[in-house]
Ligand binder design. Structure first.
Ligand code: URA
Length: 196
């Protein structure tokens, strides 16, 4: 089962390498697919790759990513419990917000990632991820910290780590959100066991 998931993700990543469905394809250095554990029950979704991610082909490896790793470690969420990716897999030039057509073009790939990983909890990092998945009219300041159940998945919107670097006042609410994520995750582990 675990090998099956890994293979599914590897195959999907390979199949995307030639993707030119939107204008971000031709300007990317690397497609940025995902990192972490394919058996992770917590999936974290950001907006799109930045400069470092584009150069390395790995999501959340720049300053925002380093902060995200610190938050996960502080919340005692282990690397093998998490899978990290983005709404769009190619870097928007000058780190602009991805256009709705770019998000639309890339969402089917995210759905396939969902299908392979089948997370229990999905953390939406920032407004772009929360709007793409929950509601295009959502305001992240109001939506953060509140669970949204959709289909089989439980979503938690929170601020993007890059927003914390710009505004340290957002650190406390994000910390609160991650403590809530940890609490619910531990409850789910106790009720569902390690089998699902
Ligand atoms: N910001 C994101 O939203 N994603 C990354 O991978 C890096 C920075």
């Amino acid at each position: 089962m675990i090998i099956h998931r890994k293979e599914e993700l590897i195959r999907l990543e390979q199949s995307l390498q030639g993707c030119g469905k939107c204008p971000l394809g031709p300007t990317r250095t690397n497609l940025v697919f995902g990192r972490g554990s394919e058996t992770g029950k917590i999936m974290l979704i950001g907006e799109g790759p930045g400069e470092q991610e584009d150069l390395q082909g790995v999501p959340f490896v720049g300053k925002a990513g380093q902060l995200l790793d610190k938050i996960l470690a502080a919340a005692e969420l282990l690397e093998e419990e998490c899978y990290i990716c983005n709404i769009v897999k190619c870097r928007p030039p000058q780190n602009r917000v991805p256009a709705p057509e770019e998000v639309e073009a890339c969402l089917p790939y995210l759905r396939l990632q969902f299908g392979a990983i089948r997370p229990w909890i999905v953390v939406l990092l920032g407004a772009s991820a929360a709007k793409a998945i929950i509601d295009p009219k959502l305001a992240i300041t109001k939506a953060r910290g509140k669970w949204v159940k959709k289909g089989d998945y439980l979503f938690m919107p929170t601020f993007h780590p890059a927003a914390l670097l710009r505004d340290p006042g957002k650190k406390a609410p994000v910390w609160q959100d991650f403590q809530e994520i940890k609490r619910v995750y531990e409850e789910m582990k106790a009720t569902k066991g390690e089998t699902e």
